[in-house]
Design a protein. Structure first.
Lengths: 319, 459
């Protein structure tokens, strides 16, 4: 909470609300009553956040300092779990896979959804039907998507191999091939994530006043110049927001891997950090170890988010 | 985790599962808190050594106060129906006991169970996979049933000895009873054998014969370079489906006799695992595991002449309309061997109705319940009386499973099993079965130190 009148950037103030409060004193003046209402409205969210997010995060840290199998009493372990993790080849593999997934899927997903949003931001007849079609993945569960995509990637009868076969490309084993497994998973995830980003971009595009384009045209700006100097700068808040969500979401990738990895379980080519955490905690009775891995993941997300926020002054333009 | 086989994975995102489990646990807790059960709980607190449980008119001998139990199992819809029928018969015989059957898919089953146990709201009675039993028993969440067994002079000899052993601790305590068995055998497609005029497999077969016939039955009918009919199909992703049997047939073992070391670093064990790799990549009579990863069982689809797999597939293969037979697994270089893996029923230590829970566990292994379980054809009964009488005529080939119990090895069962199995199987999947990057011997050499470390950590 702050009294500073800042630019409305994401994350400054508490979920965007600025509470008037004279330092050290009780709220006074005409806005004191408003503050009560503000608290009332955000109350449920705050309670949920504290009980379901903040408390477990703290508890997880406490658990990470123990050896705990979930069923018997925990033993204090200091930072043993952390040192072990940093020497655990499986954890490091999971880290590398997650990093690869994030580095590829976030920019790729954003570029594609931006292109899609630009294409869908047209005044042609039937556009709302076309938009609806593109938004379908958002209401489909990962399980259903994963099952369909596992058929697409099937080495023997899959759609993808048949399609490539028409161009003379020899059949690939996709998810079963250590080289192609992660790209295959990224392909599905990017497709699945497209609509969510596209919606935000579309909204951002439609919020750009047409007078800006008119003015740019008068100044002789062509299509490309208008995109480069009008659309993109004014879309940076949307880009910032979707980038943040994509980043956090992709570092936590789990279900796509869980559903697609076949035959058997996810392998060294496909295990991710969250899968590692799940496996350690719920399969191998190492809840302390899993908690330590969760904290490492949490710190990675926190640091990335911090750097990302710091970068926004340089490239995000609020109107 | 051979039980992947039974429930095709339909996982939920981890976080969702935890939340669901917590909600389920909370709701479960409130139902068991009904007055009737609290009474049962306090009454039975003094009966932990049930010297005075007289056998009543019902064959389960329950004469305690009214009780209500939650019985949790994993399984597919057919199994659920089957277990429910057994439970209905139980409650008909014991009208003072109510049983609520709760069912999950394989993966969420264990998530829910662990969360429930950690939160003190686990089901009273729950299904236990043989290999995973010690992971729970050693953590002191299961009720020791020894006092009941001794108090009633319950005869464990009426059940398959291997299966009982899976629920017995090193110092002789019994923490559960087996409920049914999973046994591995050789399925063969009669239509394909007849078409090729080849005699059906029988007890005289060995590895060489299997490979020879599998080669004859592997056919590329459309000439695209990939067989359309495979000689023999199996699953590579768990030791239970095929490769543990091969290891035993070659004279090797998975663990040392005292269970403290991996026994895989012997020539015999390597030979067993190598045999499976060779079927796929050298003899090419068994499909690359990736080919059927999405579509499932090639034998069931009529694309393989033989299948090495478990007793749980009989009903599925029948439903697929196949003309098939069942034969013993071919003999290996050292001996005849196969794998048996029991599913059991165990009791939660914190149950409020231990007497009623014991009555249910005992009932599940009784001849009358076993007949009902057998009717599904999805599992081999564990009660010797049924095994030696009605089971043989349950379906064509049932006798093969019953006889196999005589030479079957118990699937390894020890604390840390899942960690051990994941580490081992990941290496084998990646480098031996999914692609022949390494020989079995090289893969074992690479992974064996980790396996021994896991065993040492779990001592």
């Amino acid at each position: 909470m702050t009294d500073d009148a800042r630019r409305p950037t994401y994350g400054s103030g508490w979920i965007g609300l600025r509470f008037s409060r004279i330092r050290g004193g009780r709220p006074r003046g005409p806005r004191a009553g408003e503050e009560k209402w503000a608290w009332l409205f955000i109350g449920p969210a705050v309670v949920g956040l504290v009980l379901l997010s903040a408390a477990p995060i703290v508890a997880t840290f406490a658990i990470s300092l123990t050896h705990w199998d979930l069923l018997t009493a925990p033993d204090p372990a200091g930072f043993d779990n952390y040192t072990k993790l940093l020497n655990d080849p499986r954890f490091l593999t999971a880290f590398r896979n997650t990093a690869f997934y994030t580095i590829v899927s976030v920019p790729l997903g954003m570029a594609l959804s931006l292109g899609l949003a630009l294409a869908l931001n047209q005044a042609i007849s039937g556009i709302s039907w076309i938009r609806t079609m593109y938004f379908l993945p958002i209401v489909t569960s990962t399980i259903a998507i994963g099952l369909v995509w596992s058929w697409i990637y099937s080495p023997s009868s899959g759609l993808l191999n048949q399609l490539l076969g028409a161009f003379g490309v020899p059949p690939q084993r996709w998810v079963a091939d250590p080289f192609w497994a992660m790209p295959a998973i990224i392909g599905m995830s990017v497709w699945q994530g497209l609509p969510a980003n596209t919606i935000i971009f579309l909204a951002g595009l439609q919020a750009i006043p047409s007078s800006y384009y008119d003015a740019a045209s008068v100044d002789g700006a062509g299509r490309w110049a208008r995109l480069r100097y009008v659309t993109l700068p004014l879309l940076t808040p949307s880009l910032f927001f979707t980038g943040l969500l994509s980043l956090i979401g992709s570092v936590q990738v789990f279900d796509q891997v869980f559903v697609l990895a076949n035959p058997g379980k996810p392998t060294s080519a496909t295990i991710t950090m969250v899968y590692f955490i799940y496996e350690a905690g719920f399969r191998n009775f190492k809840m302390g170890y899993a908690s330590a891995a969760s904290w490492i993941l949490f710190l990675i997300v926190a640091v990335l988010t911090f750097i990302y926020f710091r970068s926004q002054n340089r490239w995000v333009h609020y109107q | 985790m051979g039980t992947f086989k039974r429930s095709p994975r339909t996982p939920l995102p981890g976080a969702t599962m935890v939340v669901i489990a917590l909600i389920a646990a909370a709701c479960g807790g409130s139902t068991t808190g009904s007055p009737a059960v609290s009474a049962a709980g306090s009454a039975s607190a003094s009966v932990s050594a049930p010297s005075g449980s007289p056998s009543g008119s019902a064959d389960t001998g329950y004469s305690g106060p009214p009780a209500s139990l939650e019985y949790s199992i994993w399984g597919d819809p057919a199994e659920i129906k089957n277990q429910q029928a057994v439970v209905e018969a139980f409650t008909a015989a014991n009208p003072t006991i109510k049983v609520n059957v709760t069912v999950s898919d394989w993966e969420p089953y264990w998530d829910k169970l662990q969360t429930g146990l950690a939160g003190g709201a686990a089901p009273d009675v729950f299904a236990m996979d043989g290999p995973l039993g010690p992971d729970y028993q050693t953590r002191d969440v299961l009720l020791d049933l020894t006092p009941y067994i001794q108090g009633e002079s319950y005869d464990l000899g009426q059940l398959d000895a291997n299966a009982v052993k899976d629920f017995t601790t090193a110092d002789g305590a019994q923490f559960g009873l087996p409920r049914d068995l999973n046994v591995i055998a050789l399925y063969y497609n009669k239509t394909m054998f007849d078409a090729a005029s080849i005699a059906y497999p029988d007890g005289t077969w060995d590895w060489a014969k299997l490979v020879e016939v599998a080669k004859q039955l592997t056919k590329d009918t459309n000439g695209d370079g990939t067989p359309d009919q495979w000689g023999v199909y199996t699953e590579t992703t768990d030791m239970e489906n095929a490769w543990s049997s091969f290891v035993w047939q070659a004279g090797g073992d998975i663990l040392s006799a005292d269970g403290t070391k991996s026994a895989l670093d012997t020539d015999q064990a390597a030979q067993g695992i190598q045999f499976l790799q060779d079927l796929i990549w050298k003899d090419k009579v068994s499909p690359d595991p990736a080919i059927f990863a999405e579509t499932g069982d090639a034998f069931e689809q009529g694309k393989a002449a033989m299948e090495i797999n478990g007793s749980w597939l009989v009903a599925t293969h029948e439903a697929a309309g196949l003309q098939f037979g069942i034969a013993p697994l071919p003999k290996g270089p050292a001996s005849q061997a196969t794998s048996v893996n029991p599913t059991g029923a165990v009791v939660y230590k914190g149950t409020k109705s231990p007497d009623a829970a014991w009555a249910l566990v005992k009932y599940l292994a009784s001849p009358v319940a076993q007949e009902k379980i057998m009717a599904l054809k999805a599992s081999v009964p564990v009660n010797k009386q049924i095994l030696s009488t009605t089971y043989a005529s349950a379906f064509d080939g049932a006798q093969v499973f019953a006889d196999a119990l005589g030479y079957a090895h118990l699937k390894p069962s020890f604390k840390g099993y899942n960690d051990f199995n994941t580490t081992l199987q990941t290496e084998l999947d990646e480098n031996v079965f999914n692609a022949p990057n390494k020989t079995a011997k090289e893969a074992i050499a690479a992974v064996n130190p980790q396996l021994n470390q896991i065993l040492a950590d779990n001592q």
